[in-house]
Design a protein around this ligand. Structure first.
Ligand code: ATP
Ligand code: MG
Length: 466
């Protein structure tokens, strides 16, 4: 039987050390140092916390010569010992070793994770080992805390978590290009020169990976009231930016009996709740990000907490952008989709606060957003934050059957393909609203990481999959 039952996680030990207690720790060696006095100091990390535990091996431990010389960064070990107050100034406690067993060696000549500073680009080649580093370990823990906070926030507000499908036959809803899913033999088809017959495909028709769980979320909201989805989303957009992935996670709440005001209130409370959760639960990780990644991470979070979000319409924003005297790479005119540079200027320069833009031109937004009385704009809202730009996109949904139908036709979509979606309006329809938060953009915002590829464990980007 393994010693797992007796094992303590380093996070537990550091949070409430029980001095003199017999303790078993399992983890990976970060560093080893041998002193002239004949002691070996071995820093061990087990992933549970940012902090390491220092194990001290006395020269007279019988296994010293057989074990200590084989301890290198990356070596996995099981250590049994006694927890004592540390002599050194760096840590409060250390482990006096009674027994140290090597579980797996790590050849220093071949181990790719060195002590020296490695670039994020370099580490992307070792996505399977980079969680051993301070940065990626911290990111994984912060990501987890944020994910748990998402559930906590909605659970407290009595929202029900629904699991929407990843494979869908819904017509692309204009939220980016979809990945087609097929079991047809493409090589054989290419050889035959015949067009594919999707009646013979797995589902008997063409299907895609979902670009959003929203439409299905609406269905559940119109039965259960308030719901949310939290899952992976796929977009075959060929954008090589620092904020787009081909596979990313989205949180999509949907509320019945709600309008755009309610939607904005939810988005603001939600972001504030998430920022507070990280500040409370990950102080050590945040301190590390401040030191090593981005000096302004605390100001960023405090900026979200301190300000009521600024509300303004797209039309007002365009006027501000044109009058602001700033030269942009992409010129601004009423009707264009705002670029990241415009979004960032508004939140970082013009208002120095999070901004919610509403009432976008209908031509640049999806078919399901409620058309305003002006006939030109829709009840959309995007939340813009410093350094990222758009972090949330949402809307009040169109609940009038005729208007929805006209909008779909206008956008070249066939309403017959989404008949079920019309049922939600035909039978007991109610005003409803929701949004999508890009989970990786949130982790980027919180951690200060410049590239979205570094805040998801195994990033998928155009031409890039490992
Ligand atoms: P953008 O204009 O930034 O490409 P979008 O308007 O296409 O985003 P939505 O369809 O509104 O995005 O999706 C909701 C949220 O999902 C966005 O606010 C963003 O946070 C996130 N998101 C969208 N596309 C991506 C992507 N390719 N990679 C990571 N996150 C994304
Ligand atoms: Mg959007």
């Amino acid at each position: 039987m393994s010693q797992r039952q007796n094992r303590l996680k380093i996070a537990e030990i550091l949070a409430s050390p029980r001095l003199e207690a017999k303790t078993v720790v399992m983890g990976w060696v970060r560093t080893k140092r041998e002193s002239k006095a004949g002691l070996a100091f071995v820093e061990i990390n087990d992933g549970s916390s940012f902090g390491n535990l220092q194990a001290v091996v006395a020269r007279d431990w019988p296994g010293y010569d057989a074990v200590v010389p084989r301890l290198y960064p990356g070596t996995s070990v099981s250590v049994r010992g006694r927890l004592v107050a540390s002599q050194g100034g760096k840590q409060a406690v250390e482990l006096q070793v009674d027994a140290l067993e090597i579980l797996g060696e790590a050849d220093p000549a071949r181990y790719p994770i060195g002590k020296q500073k490695m670039s994020y680009e370099y580490l992307r080649d070792y996505a399977h080992l980079r969680p051993r580093t301070n940065t990626f370990g911290a990111l994984a823990r912060v990501r987890d805390v944020l994910a748990q906070a998402v559930h906590e926030f909605f659970h407290d507000r009595k929202f029900i978590w629904v699991h929407t499908p990843l494979i869908t036959a819904n017509d692309a809803e204009g939220a980016g290009k979809a990945f087609q899913v097929t079991t047809l033999d493409l090589a054989a088809l290419a050889k035959s020169g015949k067009p594919p017959d999707f009646a013979l495909d797995f589902f008997g028709k063409p299907v895609n990976l979902t670009v959003s769980g929203q439409l299905e979320g609406e269905a559940y909201a119109l039965s259960l009231g308030d719901v949310y989805t939290f899952g992976p989303t796929f977009r075959a957009e060929n954008s090589h930016t620092s904020r787009h992935l081909a596979e990313f996670w989205m949180v999509e709440p949907e509320m019945a009996f709600a309008d755009l005001e309610d939607d904005m209130e939810l988005a603001e409370s939600f972001l504030k709740f998430l920022c507070r959760a990280v500040l409370e639960k990950c102080p050590r990780e945040m301190e590390f990000f401040r030191e090593r990644v981005e000096p302004t991470v605390f100001e960023r979070l405090e900026g979200i907490l301190a300000h009521p979000f600024v509300h303004l319409t797209y039309t007002e924003a365009v006027e501000r952008l044109k009058a602001g005297g700033e030269t942009f790479q992409f010129p601004v005119e009423w009707g264009v989709d705002l670029q990241s540079e415009h979004e960032r200027w508004l939140t970082e320069k013009a208002f120095k606060a999070p901004v919610i833009l509403t009432d976008y031109p209908k031509d640049i937004k999806a078919f399901y957003m409620k058309v305003n009385d002006d006939g030109k704009t829709v009840r959309a809202m995007d939340v813009l934050v410093p350094h990222i730009g758009e972090i949330i996109g949402g809307a009040q949904r169109e609940d009038r059957v005729e208007v929805l139908e006209a909008r779909m036709r206008e956008m070249g979509l066939d309403p017959a393909h989404l008949d079920w979606y019309f049922d939600l309006r035909r039978f007991g329809g109610v005003p409803h609203a929701g949004f999508g938060l890009g989970f990786e953009r949130l982790v980027q915002f919180v951690s200060g990481m410049a590239n979205i590829r570094d805040v998801i464990p195994f990033p998928r980007t155009p031409g890039g999959i490992r």
